[in-house]
Write a protein that binds this ligand. Structure first.
Ligand SMILES: [Zn+2]
Length: 128
């Protein structure tokens, strides 16, 4: 039997070609491409028909019944909220609304205080 090896080789090449096709085809679908390719290569007669029956439509979500490819749902258009949030103006040591007219400001923390106190009522720094 001289030609037997050649035929085996040809069969192997066909198997490989089909497995390669299954691999590339399954990659476009939500399927395990490598698993199907290996299965097809090993037992082509079983896996190829199985693949053709079970293969999912391109782009369909897993679990969708096969057959008619359903129209792809539009991707959810996420629109970030407009940047309306404005941070409050930075006021270090925000002074109270009613500023003492003749008051001074603490050199340490910026809090206003009466000019008469010796220590800052806010941070306790010496004001003398
Ligand atoms: Zn202070």
């Amino acid at each position: 039997m001289q030609g037997n090896g050649i035929y085996q080789l040809i069969g192997l090449a066909i198997d490989a070609a089909i497995a390669f096709w299954v691999y590339t085809d399954a990659k476009k679908r939500p399927m395990n491409a490598i698993l199907w390719a290996i299965g097809t290569f090993l037992v082509c007669i079983v896996f190829l028909p199985l693949y053709l029956i079970l293969r999912k439509p391109v782009g369909a979500a897993p679990g969708t019944p096969g057959g008619q490819p359903q129209p792809l749902p539009l991707p959810p258009t996420y629109t970030p909220p407009p940047p309306t949030f404005t941070p409050p103006p930075a006021q270090p040591g925000s002074p109270p609304a009613a500023l003492p007219k003749q008051g001074k400001f603490c050199p340490s923390c910026g809090a206003p205080h009466e000019g008469t106190v010796k220590f800052c009522p806010s941070c306790g720094a010496s004001l003398s």
